[in-house]
Design a protein around this ligand. Structure first.
Ligand code: PLP
Length: 376
């Protein structure tokens, strides 16, 4: 049996480089609260994102909750059922009602043509997800939001490094959030960022992640603690330097996957960068398994790969409205595309130091499993 291949592996920078920053932290004796590392990291992230405004947070989820709080939303928020738990939880925790809109089969992002029929007098925002780094139809979503005076918050947790028309995807919407969690293509161990255009938002967001404290004697807002610490920022600084390499390496691996899986019947692959105005970040390699054409189900393929020490992920399954904590509030059959996709999707291993031989091993194993299954 070969070494296990996991679905992801964290990006680790040169250790000496990181330790040099740790030395600086030791000398400064400043561990958190907007220290030198934090300031540098915030500046470098802003530069990487075409000079956008940036507020760093301890993780992506806190960034999302902070984004929602900053917009003072009420009532209902239209979002996608096909995402990580964090997206819907952030809406619910803020006392708002998530309203789910189905997704498009072409790229699995929210179906912008179905948003308007879900808008009621209670709707205050749209919260789409650039799922897998696939860019939503940002122009159309903005048009709808403008027509109905709604805020737009993008969960861009998967989309760090994605650009459209030469600029970061975070240039769209009122605010976007990124996640720098260890499992994402870029990490600061844990970490997150709010990214926005309006400089007037900066003060409010900085307050919202620091108990609303503006100075020693003034507390302006009711808020919690979402601060990123110096060690996280140091890790982020090191990894940010690797971003161009990370994306080009992941691109090569993705192209290899596509060419080796291309002729297998019943597997649907995605090519989001087909839209030449967009530069993709190759954050994930999702495939859809069509049981009728492929000959076996997604679940059967998942289990068979596991037997071969290849660990894929049903990402995202179950669908959010199917969670125990939400199912009593939502009809199960209102999102047919998302429902089907959640039963067909499998994300294959993809990370910076995955080897081309390992990809060939994975794709050959998929062929072998399919062959054995069909002839059993
Ligand atoms: C990872 C993720 C988050 C949350 O980010 P954390 O940094 O893990 O808190 C939110 N939304 C989506 C879509 C994610 O994948």
């Amino acid at each position: 049996m070969s070494e296990p291949i996991f679905v992801t592996k964290p990006l680790l920078p040169n250790k000496e480089k990181f330790l040099a920053y740790v030395d600086q932290i030791w000398q400064s004796q400043w561990l958190t609260n907007q220290g030198t590392m934090h300031q540098m990291f915030e500046k470098n992230i802003s530069r990487y994102l075409n000079g956008s405004q940036v507020t760093l947070t301890v993780n992506g989820h806190v960034a999302l909750e902070t984004a929602i709080r900053s917009m003072e939303l009420t009532g209902e928020v239209i979002t996608t059922p096909f995402s990580f738990a964090s997206t819907t939880h952030a809406i619910s925790i803020c006392g708002l009602k998530p309203v789910f809109c189905d997704i498009k089969p072409s790229d699995l992002t929210i179906d912008e043509d179905q948003i308007e029929e879900l808008i009621t007098e209670k709707t205050s925002a749209i919260l789409p997800v650039h799922v897998y780094g696939h860019c939503c139809n940002v122009e159309k979503i903005q048009e709808i939001a403008d027509r109905h005076h709604l805020k737009v918050i993008y969960d861009a947790a998967h989309a760090f490094g994605v650009t459209k028309e030469g600029t970061t995807v975070a240039a769209w919407g009122d605010v976007s959030i990124f996640s720098f969690h260890a499992t994402k293509l870029f990490n600061s161990i844990e970490g997150g960022a709010l990214v926005y255009k309006n400089p007037a938002l900066k003060e409010r967001l900085d307050l919202l992640k620091n108990f609303g404290i503006s100075d020693e004697e003034h507390v302006k807002l009711v808020a919690g603690n979402g601060k990123m610490n110096e060690f996280q920022a140091a890790m982020g600084l090191c990894n940010l330097e690797l971003m161009d390499d990370v994306i080009s390496k992941r691109r090569e691996l993705t192209l290899q996957y596509r060419s080796e899986l291309n002729d297998i019947k019943g597997l649907c692959l995605f090519q989001p960068e087909e839209n030449i105005k967009m530069h993709y970040n190759y954050a994930y390699f999702p495939i859809l398994v069509d049981e009728k054409k492929f000959g076996m189900s997604r679940d059967a393929l998942y289990e068979a790969l596991k037997q071969e020490n290849i660990f894929t992920r049903k990402y995202f399954y179950p669908l959010i409205p199917r969670y125990e904590c939400y199912q009593k509030d939502y009809a199960a059959d209102s999102y047919p595309v998302a429902e089907r996709v959640s039963k067909q999707v499998l994300t294959l291993p993809l990370y910076f130091d995955l080897k081309p031989e390992q990809i060939s091993f994975i794709t050959n194993t998929i062929r072998k499993i399919q062959g054995a299954f069909l002839h059993a």
